[in-house]
Write a protein that binds this ligand. Structure first.
Ligand code: UDP
Length: 467
């Protein structure tokens, strides 16, 4: 990424939501904007803080959220709590940042907040500070979020088991089972959060998307009609910065990435390995774990599997160790390699990797597209379900488990994607390589994301004289 001269005195304040899939793109965006000459302040929670040592060129300001033990909270309640607990400390910290900037003859041009930190709209209003939101998920999945009230009114939500396979006629090709729901006993709270997300986004000055026009042009045009604010689809963020060490994926990782898997990959033939990872939050039952493990072993293909601490749940309790049957790993004769956390972007870029079995978190989906790796989709909740349907049925760059995961199906899917003699698999591979190229064009000079980035910089600079 080419560095531009520092714009003396123009500072941006960024607030990431403290989860891996949100921290990564926010810090990548911070690097992009820094390279455009802005000074960067990151206000962050003390829950899941980024490591300031990896970003000596930014100013970090922690705020106390009071969350010391999150183990009893699910994702929904954590987000609700963060939006309540952060109001006062964020307001106080923002006041300090603005006042310090003034003392240093700088101006804070705007706040860039994660869209799920919707409380920040009211705070930025009190300072008359423009607020831009970063939406870290795809554009396609925002459409059902926007339409939730309508989907409830038309009886799609709450979901009925008898309707799972029906197409949602308002947003094809999504089926009822693809609607971005979360497992909760309090669905009303979830609907309220989505409404806060949508309203907080509508009230902002503009939206930055980690996506590119060629990938999501139709949901982009649809949302443009619904929102009266500018959109900046400037993704994929990580590709602007992958050559600079200060912005490599390891810098914003909350867990230590186990690099040993790269030398293991080096020992394998091109396109032969299946990489398996379900991101930072998804959890599976011990029974599902078994089907995955046996499926991988029976495929006879080498695999690299990320098994996070606590990722497997048995009888409602986290398993401390992965519940492999005795002798399982030894019997693989080196065909399987397990890590607790991988350098995912490097793994996907490795020539040995032939397919990615993923939960379809947006970052994982985008990272896979950017390296031209076909996907096996196993979504868990919220936007992952929409992303998976887009991967399998719109972009047609992967296959999806449509029901329970069974070991026989795992074997069929892996072989279909990885072995070159399958027509569907070869077509999928061709299409994902085509999208990889479209992504590359977008962030290069003159591409759509590159051009939108210039527009974003000018948009931010246009705030200056008014303040
Ligand atoms: N990731 C990683 N190592 C792993 C698994 C994931 O560095 O072993 C990174 C991955 O590259 C991505 C992020 O964690 O940037 C996960 O974000 P995503 O949106 O895919 O899923 P989430 O964790 O939010 O469900």
């Amino acid at each position: 990424m080419r560095m531009e001269k520092q714009r003396k005195g123009v500072r941006l304040v960024l607030l990431p939501l403290p989860f891996q899939g949100h921290i990564n793109p926010m810090l990548q965006l911070a690097n992009i904007l820094y390279s455009k000459g802005f000074s960067i302040t990151i206000i962050h929670t003390t829950f899941n803080p980024p490591n300031p040592l990896n970003y000596p060129h930014f100013t970090f300001c922690p705020i106390q959220d009071g969350i010391t033990d999150s183990s009893s909270l699910d994702l929904l309640h954590l987000i609700i709590l963060l939006n309540i607990r952060c109001v006062t400390p964020f307001r106080d910290m923002l006041a300090k940042v603005i006042s310090d900037a003034r003392d240093n003859k700088e101006i804070v041009a705007c706040l860039i907040s994660d869209a799920l930190f919707y409380f920040t709209q009211a705070v930025s209003n009190t300072f008359e500070l423009p607020r831009i939101v970063l939406r870290t998920s795809g554009i396609s999945s925002f459409v059902p979020f926007l339409l939730f009230p309508l989907l409830i009114e038309r009886g799609y939500i709450p979901i009925q088991d008898s309707q799972l396979e029906e197409t949602v006629t308002e947003i094809p090709p999504l089926k009822v089972k693809d609607l971005p729901l979360i497992d909760t006993k309090e669905p009303e709270k979830y609907y309220k959060e989505l409404s806060n997300l949508v309203e907080g986004t509508k009230a902002s000055c503009g939206v930055i998307w980690n996506s590119f026009e060629d990938l999501e042009s139709s949901p982009l045009s649809y949302l443009r009609q619904e929102f009266q604010i500018p959109f900046f689809p400037i993704g994929p963020f990580h590709k602007y910065s992958s050559s600079s060490s200060s912005s490599s994926s390891s810098s914003s990782s909350l867990l230590t990435q186990d690099q040993s898997c790269i030398s293991w990959l080096d020992r394998h033939k091109p396109n032969s390995v299946i990489y398996v990872s379900f991101g930072s939050l998804a959890a599976i039952t011990a029974a599902k774990f078994m089907e995955i493990a046996w499926g991988l072993a029976s495929s006879m293909h080498p695999f690299l599997w990320v098994i996070r601490k606590g990722m497997v749940i048995d009888d409602g309790k986290e398993c401390l160790d992965p519940p492999f049957p005795a002798g399982f790993i030894d019997n693989l004769e080196g065909r399987g390699y397990i890590v607790k956390w991988a350098p995912q972007q490097e793994v996907l870029a490795h020539k040995a990797v032939g397919a990615f079995w993923t939960h379809c978190g947006w970052n994982s989906t985008l990272e896979s597209i950017c390296e031209g790796v076909p996907m096996i989709c196993m979504p868990f909740f919220t936007d992952q379900k929409v992303n998976a349907r887009y991967v399998s049925s719109v972009w047609k760059i992967g296959v999806q488990f449509e029901g329970e995961v069974k070991r026989e199906e795992v074997v069929k899917m892996i072989r279909g994607l990885i072995e070159g003699n399958n027509k569907e698999g070869s077509q999928i591979r061709e299409r994902v390589l085509d999208l990889k190229e479209k992504a590359r064009v977008s962030w290069n000079h003159g591409g759509s994301s590159y051009t939108y980035l210039d527009a974003l910089v000018n948009f931010i600079l246009s705030f200056e004289p008014k303040r």
